[in-house]
Write a protein that binds this ligand. Structure first.
Ligand code: NAD
Length: 293
């Protein structure tokens, strides 16, 4: 049985580690939060008291941490304690340049590294249906594949190291922009006297269709499972969307790419978050665009 160390058992990591344990892996789990560790044990993982203990005897380490600073610190600690050659797979969403720098340091220390951010949210993490976008060497990707298959449905090797993070922020830049576009259209439709359900029936089967409309529809009613039906409880929090749009802006600046709508979306979500809505679902930005808060 392959042993996997899992570091970071939060909203996403909890479900991912549980799915590894449910599959053919022995999971040695670590989180700074004792409650998260307890939940992991209930889901079939083995709780470890430190990163050093978690990586002992592990062939693969998976991390799911908040930011690049966390990943950098955790990877440095792993490099001190893990056996050389252990495969490091980071699924956190971090900057492309940070991922490349962390990968270079890991490789230098004798550890193959994959950046493997995900799409699909906590629902996908719990159900094992995440999309993984992976950057790194082909042999490392092949070695990680059985573990990624246990946590996800679509596993795509995007290219060299950093390519996974590049795909993630480009995808989420589309998501942020289309959500605002969808909200603006619903508000305009409302003000023009159009019924929201009628507008949905038309736009969702016309060229205005998008994931923002058909899965996370920002008005209650047309898509009963969308966060709008539960007063915009996340879902995908505004603060996380803002984080990804900032990473996209940073990458665009480094790569000299023109992303004016991405920049505008970042400004609008920053304003929405600054008005106390950071933990609400990002589709709640419709309230600000309507002028209602
Ligand atoms: P989270 O804050 O719920 O979980 C992070 C966990 O890491 C926490 O339990 C924390 O205690 C732990 N942690 C922090 N530092 C640690 C350390 N040094 N050692 C061990 N554990 C440590 O965050 P999340 O929502 O699970 O997101 C994780 C990553 O996934 C982020 O980069 C986020 O942008 C990305 N992401 C999140 C979602 C989502 O819907 N939540 C979707 C896709 C991607």
């Amino acid at each position: 049985m392959t042993t996997i160390a899992f570091i970071g058992l939060g909203a996403m990591g909890a479900g991912m580690a549980a799915n590894l344990a449910k599959s053919q892996f022995s999971v040695q789990a670590f989180d700074l939060n004792p409650a998260a560790l307890e939940a992991a044990v209930a889901a079939g993982c083995h709780a470890k008291a430190s990163i050093a203990e978690a990586v002992a005897g592990a062939e693969i380490v998976v991390s799911m941490l908040p930011t690049g600073a966390h990943v950098k610190a955790v990877m440095a600690e792993i490099a001190q304690h893990a056996t050389k050659g252990t495969l490091l797979v980071d699924s956190s969403t971090i900057a492309v340049e940070e991922a490349r720098a962390i990968a270079a340091a890991a490789l230098e220390a004798g550890f193959p590294f994959l950046d493997a951010p995900v799409s699909g949210g906590t629902g996908g993490a719990n159900a094992g249906t995440l999309t993984f976008m992976v950057g790194g060497e082909a042999d490392a990707f092949a070695k990680a594949q059985p573990a990624l298959n246990a946590m996800g449905k679509n596993i795509i090797h995007a290219g060299a190291v950093g390519a996974g993070q590049a795909a993630k922020i480009c995808n989420n830049m589309i998501l942020g922009i289309t959500m605002i576009a969808t909200c603006e259209a619903f508000v305009l439709a409302e003000k023009l006297g159009l019924d929201a359900q009628k507008f949905y029936d038309i736009a969702s089967t016309s060229s205005g269709q998008s994931w923002s409309m058909t899965t996370y529809c920002p008005v209650p009613g047309p898509v009963p499972t969308s966060p709008a039906n539960r007063d915009y409880a996340a879902g995908f929090a505004t603060a996380l969307m803002l984080k990804d749009l900032k990473l996209a802006a940073q990458a665009a600046s480094t790569a000299a790419a023109n992303t004016p709508l991405g920049a505008a979306a970042a400004q609008l979500f920053a304003l929405h978050a600054s008005q106390g809505h950071g933990s609400e679902d990002f589709s709640g930005i419709i309230k600000m665009l309507r002028g209602g808060h």
